[in-house]
Write a protein that binds this ligand. Structure first.
Ligand code: ADP
Ligand code: MG
Length: 380
């Protein structure tokens, strides 16, 4: 057995990257979270080749001081957390201080930032973990992060990347989740030079219409319930319009997309008696809860949460959805009669994306590749 030795930082960061930066979409998610944490109201995203060749995120947030630029790409360096008790009530999307270090260890990164009231911007370049000195740069405001050639120095990880179209699909979904979670932020989103989304700051309804198609909310029950220290709002599909697809299940907790068993189960329970067996509930729901009631420090990707009082949350969510579905059924006798006969579901096409394509990754894959990756199951 070789002697035990401490690993070099670059290798430590690459190991962390294995967990946090699984594919371009994960890097995009982390960069967008940083922009939102920085208070950005406008975020411009440009991708090339599914994000493998290029991910660029430009925001108008608070920026980073020259003397902090190198720290920003260092591991375990964060401005969002100082003490263990901060960890008990995280109000930002990030807090682990490892995303930029991880990304920079497996790509060529440039970080340009102009903090408020500064005469100009500063830039650092990081090449596979090698951090350069800050250089003066031009930038109107905020921060621009450019990630080139993701995984260029980790061939094993690069091999696991799918086709550009598949990686693009994952990026689009990561974008959709964040843009839904943060409707008051304006976004543009480009891939290979063509604009895919241009979203003004808007309310939730307009954002849902833009990203999930206008049929989605129109065919859903409106949810808006308040409890002690928590609230839930959004849309849950009316049973007659539910399809067999699982792809429109968006749950946001305090502005963060989460996958949570308790919440998913509460939804299933709420729909249990009204949904045909093979139909899936579709929903876009925003839960707001005191930060201290939910632990987001569960997994490096921060999409899992633990509720302090999971039983109470389950009950609150289930009842809120049941009530909204019952209210809508009462308001809309015609639909509810049709629901009973099961004819509405057959007549009304599943809701579609703004481009008119049915929302799943399959069409994206088919557009640019033939066969490759088309049969691949969505991994999230
Ligand atoms: P975390 O978000 O967990 O703090 P990151 O590695 O993602 O860790 O970012 C490290 C630090 O760099 C952040 O805490 C923040 O201070 C700074 N930073 C990163 N991106 C931006 C940005 N777009 N605007 C302003 N500051 C940023
Ligand atoms: Mg972060």
């Amino acid at each position: 057995m070789p002697a035990i030795h401490a690993l070099p930082d670059q290798l430590i960061n690459q190991i962390a990257a294995g967990e946090v930066i699984e594919r371009p979409a994960a890097a995009l998610k982390e960069l967008l979270e940083n922009s939102i944490d920085a208070g950005a109201t406008e975020i411009d995203i440009a991708l090339a080749r599914g994000g493998v060749k290029l991910i660029r995120v430009a925001d108008n947030g608070g920026g980073i001081e020259r003397e902090d630029l190198q720290l920003a790409v260092a591991r375990h360096a964060t401005s969002k957390l100082a003490t263990a008790s901060d960890l008990e009530g995280i109000a930002t999307l990030g807090f682990r201080g490892e995303a930029l270090a991880s990304i920079a260890s497996v790509a060529r990164v440039s970080l340009t930032s102009r903090s408020r009231d500064k005469a100009h911007a500063w830039r650092i370049e990081v090449d596979a973990g090698e951090v350069g000195m800050p250089q003066p740069a031009a930038l109107a405001s905020g921060t621009t992060v450019t990630v080139n050639e993701l995984f260029f120095n980790t061939p094993a990880r690069r091999k696991f990347l799918r086709t550009d179209a598949t990686e693009y699909g994952h990026c689009e979904e990561a974008f959709r989740r964040i843009a839904l979670a943060q409707p008051d932020v304006a976004f543009t989103f480009q891939h290979n030079g063509s604009v895919r989304f241009r979203l003004l700051a808007q309310g939730r309804r307009a954002r849902v219409d833009a990203l999930l198609g206008s049929e989605f909310a129109a065919q859903a029950a409106h949810v808006d319930e308040h409890g002690a220290g928590l609230s839930i709002a959004g849309w849950a599909v009316r049973p007659a319009h539910a399809t067999t697809a699982r792809d429109a299940q968006y749950f946001f907790v305090n502005g963060r997309f989460v996958r949570d068993r308790i919440l998913a189960h509460a939804l299933r329970e709420a729909y249990r008696d009204v949904l045909h067996q093979d139909r899936q509930p579709a929903y876009a729901l925003w839960l707001a809860i005191e930060a201290r009631q939910v632990d987001v420090n569960v997994h490096p990707t921060k999409t899992e949460v633990r509720f302090r009082e999971s039983g109470a949350i389950h009950q609150f969510v289930r009842r809120a959805i049941q009530k909204s579905l019952a209210d809508t059924a009462a308001e809309q006798p015609a639909v509810s009669a049709a629901e009973k006969l099961g004819v509405a579901a057959a007549r009304i096409p599943p809701w579609t994306s703004p481009t008119g394509a049915q929302r799943s990754f399959a069409p994206l894959v088919e557009q640019t590749t033939i066969g490759l990756g088309a049969g691949e199951p969505s991994t999230f």
